[in-house]
Design a protein around this ligand. Structure first.
Ligand code: CTP
Ligand code: MG
Length: 224
């Protein structure tokens, strides 16, 4: 029952708009990447961690995460970074894929993912109910539909998989031109069942400056 965590951290952070790539941006005095890796460590269920960093900042990433974490270069898209991690992960039973940008993910939520895998799930993702009404729109911005909100979930990370299944799913994902926004969608495409467990409000992805403001407030209000 070995679990490896793959941490994609090679994005530019365009929407955050900072001077640094997002994983290297400071939250309460240390980089987002440091928080994310600490959460994985504190879960107590992760045997090894691989970080995919910005190719021109690998040494910096190594200093942030410490010598027990393997740091490799990420790719152009998030799915390329995950693939690079999968290629390096070695002989493990399960893989957790966890965004560096979800810095404040509680260790207890990470354990929920591991527990579901240990109970036999092939794939498991943390989700929350959607609070807004969601519309689909066409290229002119005109509404084409309104999915029933009660059937929708917002998806977080870490997402957990049997390692073999995630490998097969990434291998099957030939350049379709589709925007691969998470790993579960690749696993869905190969026909596997993806289970859900409760996510956590603190596992939000730091994406915009407002998210960073919220994260700073959380860190200030509950010193960890
Ligand atoms: N990521 C990655 N490799 C990429 C793109 C993204 O490893 N080529 C990582 C990011 O570092 C982040 C996670 O995937 O931890 C989720 O991506 P996102 O929130 O989109 O981060 P960025 O791509 O950095 O942000 P933006 O899209 O605003 O540029
Ligand atoms: Mg991105």
């Amino acid at each position: 029952r070995r679990i490896a965590a793959i941490v994609p951290a090679a994005g530019m952070g365009t929407r955050l708009g900072g001077a640094l790539p997002k994983a290297y941006v400071s939250l309460g005095g240390r980089p987002l990447l440091s928080w994310a890796v600490e959460g994985l460590r504190n879960s107590g269920v992760v045997d090894s961690i691989i970080v995919l960093g910005a190719p021109d900042r690998l040494q910096q990433a190594r200093e942030i995460v410490g010598s027990d974490v393997l740091v490799l270069a990420g790719g152009v898209e998030r799915s390329d970074s995950v693939k690079a991690g999968l290629d390096a992960v070695g002989d493990v039973d399960y893989v957790l894929v966890h965004d560096a940008a979800r810095a404040l993910t509680p260790p207890s939520m990470i354990r929920r993912i591991a527990d579901a895998l240990f109970s036999g799930a092939d794939a498991v993702i943390p989700v929350l109910p959607v609070v807004d009404t969601i519309k689909t729109v066409d290229s002119d911005g005109c509404v084409t539909g309104t999915p029933v909100r009660a059937t929708l979930r917002a998806v977080q990370t870490p997402q957990g998989f049997r390692a073999e299944l995630l490998r097969a799913a990434h291998d099957a994902a030939i350049q379709s031109g589709a925007d691969v926004t998470d790993d579960a969608m690749l696993v869905e495409k190969v026909g596997a069942t993806v289970r859900t467990v409760d996510g956590h409000s603190h596992a939000f992805k730091v994406t915009t400056p407002l998210d960073l403001t919220l994260a700073e407030a959380l860190v200030a209000s509950q010193p960890t």
